[in-house]
Design a protein around this ligand. Sequence first.
Ligand SMILES: Cc1cc2nc3c(=O)[nH]c(=O)nc-3n(C[C@H](O)[C@H](O)[C@H](O)COP(=O)(O)OP(=O)(O)OC[C@H]3O[C@@H](n4cnc5c(N)ncnc54)[C@H](O)[C@@H]3O)c2cc1C
Length: 515
Amino acid sequence: MYRRLRARGGAWDMIVVGGGATGAGVAIDAASRGYDVLLLEQSDFGKGTSSRSTKLVHGGVRYLEQGNLSLVMEALKERGLLLQNAPHLVRNLGFVVPNYDWWETPFYGIGLKLYNLLAGKYGFGASRILSREETLERLPTIKTGGLKGGVVYFDGQFDDSRLLINLVTTAFEQGATLLNYARVTGILKDGEGFADGVRFRDLESGEEMEARARVVINATGPFADDLRRVADPAAQPMIAPSQGIHLVFDGSFLAADSAIMVPHTSDGRVMFAIPWHGHIVVGTTDTAVERAALEPVALEQEVDFILQTAALYLARKPERADVLSAFAGIRPLVRAGEGGNTAALSRDHTIRIENSGMITVCGGKWTTYRHMAEDCVNQAATLARLPDKPCVTGHLNIHGFHTAPEKLGHLWVYGSDAPLIQELEQGTAAWAEPLDAALPYTAAEVVWAVRHELALTVEDVLARRTRALFLDARAALRMAPRVAEVMAREMGKGAAWQSAQLAAFQDVAKGYVLE
Ligand SMILES: Cc1cc2nc3c(=O)[nH]c(=O)nc-3n(C[C@H](O)[C@H](O)[C@H](O)COP(=O)(O)OP(=O)(O)OC[C@H]3O[C@@H](n4cnc5c(N)ncnc54)[C@H](O)[C@@H]3O)c2cc1C
């Protein structure tokens, strides 16, 4: 990537700051239209919010209730396109709303029919009212006392950081240059005060560099205001950061291939319990926070709230000691004037042209990243006076595209790359063994991540190339020394590098372990 960067003499068409779903989406959109694009991410791709979602590709049943039908329709269309373009990572999942009051079944039955209707030709399957027996068949471990029945509807589920890594590869294949561990520290301006480039630091070498562009795009999600203030110290904040956490448990707590959807928790929110990689993910919360942190940590009251809510629905009460991982993320919600309730803020995306000519794109959600990117590149091309070129991402396969991933065994998330990792496993016997008995990940995946997926740290491998840290933080800690050793051999690093990597990973991982 640095070779590509240095080989390029003049200005880029676009520089994108931020390597989450939004930035990677913009890079693919711009590159596939034929524009020259450079993306800079200060940490690892997906280190921010984009690895910390509920893992849903969805229209948002909750927004239905708020009456925001066009937002739901747009997201449902994007859900359908994502299933088409990345079938190896997106799957159709049944969500059951269990009903304990007689009126709930018809009430949610009607709402969820509308949900499917709005999807039109992108539908995932009609919702259906379930009898008590059918509800228990789908959710054998839920509380039976007072259960009247349920409603099942269908939505998408995915692996967020795996999709992000595949988006980065897709952008690269379309001609984009993308750097992780490259932090933007300044916005360069022309004689008239308009943004025409960035100053950034290669965090590996410490080298400071500059790159010029016809337009700079701020896709830094919850950190958008920080970069806006770098460009213009007087910029008024536009982000209201809101934290959401998830707790991960052993799969036996749900023992089903359907998810639970609770439409109204005691504080009026939606909560999910979703089967994911053989575990169950339960969440989320919505807590306004002062500032966005790159490594946010679950708050005690959030943990208690999720444990209490889960206990209302699961026959076996999950305890604190059962939590295998607790992860937190920050929503980049766009402010709607004053007021504290972030649950009510817009989930729609915003594109803002700053006084400096920098474009800020934020809000929205993972599901709609492609549409956000299309809107953003349309505006950026106009602003930069680039020749008009049509967006092609509606039907662009994402790297790894594979229509029968279930055939690929434990490597299914890699899609069409899986046979290449199988070759690594077959070539070196020691690379085929799981790194820990609790999870299926092998050393071959570590080697693959270093050679082909720009993994530079132990955390990159354990948190975002594999999902070990998110699934079982203690297992990830046990795997870390071997991961460091395999990476060191691949990257030509010594013992000091390994110790420093281990210490850094332990420091991050302790935030995912509940003592
Ligand atoms: C708890 C929770 C659950 C969610 N669940 C879902 C869900 O199920 N489905 C769904 O569709 N959406 C969901 N979302 C929303 C979705 O995850 C976000 O909308 C999306 O990930 C935002 O992506 P982003 O790229 O804008 O931000 P981010 O992923 O945060 O990316 C911004 C990046 O910018 C980088 N950056 C910042 N400053 C600089 C700098 N100076 N130089 C270089 N890089 C910089 C950061 O390191 C970061 O990686 C959820 C969000 C949360 C918080």
